[in-house]
Design a binder for this molecule. Structure first.
Ligand SMILES: [Zn+2]
Length: 276
C-alpha cells in the first residue's frame, strides 16, 4: 500500500479494486476523442476506474475516508460494475482490522463510496467497522431518502440507514472538524451536499476531493462528469478548491483514479496539471 507522512499523521492508500464505468458518463460533454487519450475505453466504451480509500492515522484516531463498493450489490449490478470487493482483504494485508477503525467518513452516499459501511451477516445488515463512528452530511442522507428517478439506483439504503437508525452514523451540517486535524468541507456539484475531507498536520494539508474531481484525467475545470447533478456548481466548486489547493500546496487524493492515489497540483500554461 502506498504510504506517506503528512506532518505527524500517516496516510495510507487502500483500494477496494477497480470497476467499470461508461466512459461517456464519466466525462460528460467532453468529446471522446479528447478523453480517450487520457483514459482508454474498451470495446463496450467502458473505462477502468479505481475505488480508493484513504486511511489516516493521527496518533489518536484511525480514520477511514470512504469505503468503496462493498460486497452487497444485487447480482446484476455486481456484474455490470465488476464489483471487486477487495477493501477488507487489502486492509488486512496492511495490518488493519475492522475493529481498529475509530472514524469512517463518507463523502456522499453513492453505492461506490459507502459500500463497505455495512456487511450482510447471515441475513442481518451489521456495521463492518464495529467501533467506528460514521459521518456524512445530513443533506446528503435526506436527499438519499427522496429516491429521485434520476439517481435512486445509486442510493442503497443498507449502506447507511441501519447505521443512522442505531445512532452509529452521525449526520453533520456544513463544514466542521471531525477529529483534531481532520475536517469536512462541502463542495456542491456532484451532489448538493458532497463533502471533501481536509487533513492538516504540522503545517501540511491533504484533501480527499472525492467526486468533485474523480481522477487526474478530470483536472480541467470544465471536464465534469455526466453524473454530476449540478455541473455549473461543480465548476464553481473546482475554482474554489484550486484557489486553496494550488497556492496552499495541498496533497490531493483522488477517489476513482486507477493509477494515482494522490499528487500535488500546479498551474502550467493556464492548465491545472499534476506537479511533476
Ligand atoms: Zn458519486
Amino acid at each position: 500500500m502506498p504510504q506517506r507522512t503528512l506532518g505527524d499523521f500517516q496516510l495510507t492508500h487502500f483500494t477496494d479494486g477497480n470497476y467499470f464505468l461508461d466512459g461517456g458518463a464519466f466525462f460528460g460533454v467532453v468529446p471522446k476523442v479528447l478523453w480517450e487519450r487520457k483514459l482508454p475505453a474498451d470495446e463496450s466504451n467502458r473505462v477502468s476506474a479505481g475505488l480508493n480509500s484513504l486511511l489516516v492515522r493521527t496518533g489518536r484516531h484511525t480514520v477511514l475516508i470512504e469505503t468503496g463498493m462493498g460486497n452487497k450489490l444485487p447480482e446484476k449490478m455486481a456484474r455490470i460494475y465488476a464489483q471487486p470487493a477487495g477493501l477488507l482483504n487489502n486492509l488486512a494485508s496492511g495490518g488493519v482490522r475492522p475493529e481498529d477503525i475509530d472514524v469512517v467518513i463518507n463523502t456522499h452516499l453513492h453505492f461506490d463510496h459507502c459500500g463497505w459501511n455495512t456487511v450482510n451477516r447471515n441475513g442481518e445488515i451489521v456495521p463492518t467497522f464495529p467501533n467506528a463512528t460514521y459521518y456524512v452530511q445530513e443533506g446528503e442522507w435526506q436527499y438519499a431518502q427522496e429516491q429521485r428517478e434520476r439517481d435512486r439506483v445509486s442510493y442503497i439504503s443498507d449502506n447507511y440507514d441501519p447505521l443512522v437508525r442505531s445512532g452509529q452514523m452521525r449526520l453533520v451540517r456544513g463544514d466542521r472538524e471531525i477529529v483534531p486535524g481532520i475536517s469536512v468541507q462541502v463542495f456542491p456539484g456532484h451532489t448538493r451536499h458532497m463533502q471533501a475531507v481536509v487533513v492538516r498536520s504540522g503545517g501540511e494539508t491533504a484533501c480527499y476531493i472525492s467526486d468533485l474531481i474523480p481522477t487526474t484525467a478530470h483536472l480541467a475545470l470544465t471536464w465534469v462528469m455526466a453524473f454530476d447533478l449540478f455541473p455549473l456548481e461543480s465548476i464553481e466548486s473546482r475554482k474554489a478548491f484550486y484557489q486553496a489547493a494550488i497556492p496552499g500546496n495541498w496533497l490531493v487524493a483522488f477517489t476513482h483514479d486507477p493509477d494515482v492515489a494522490w499528487t500535488y497540483l500546479q498551474m502550467r500554461e493556464g492548465k491545472v496539471v499534476p506537479r511533476s
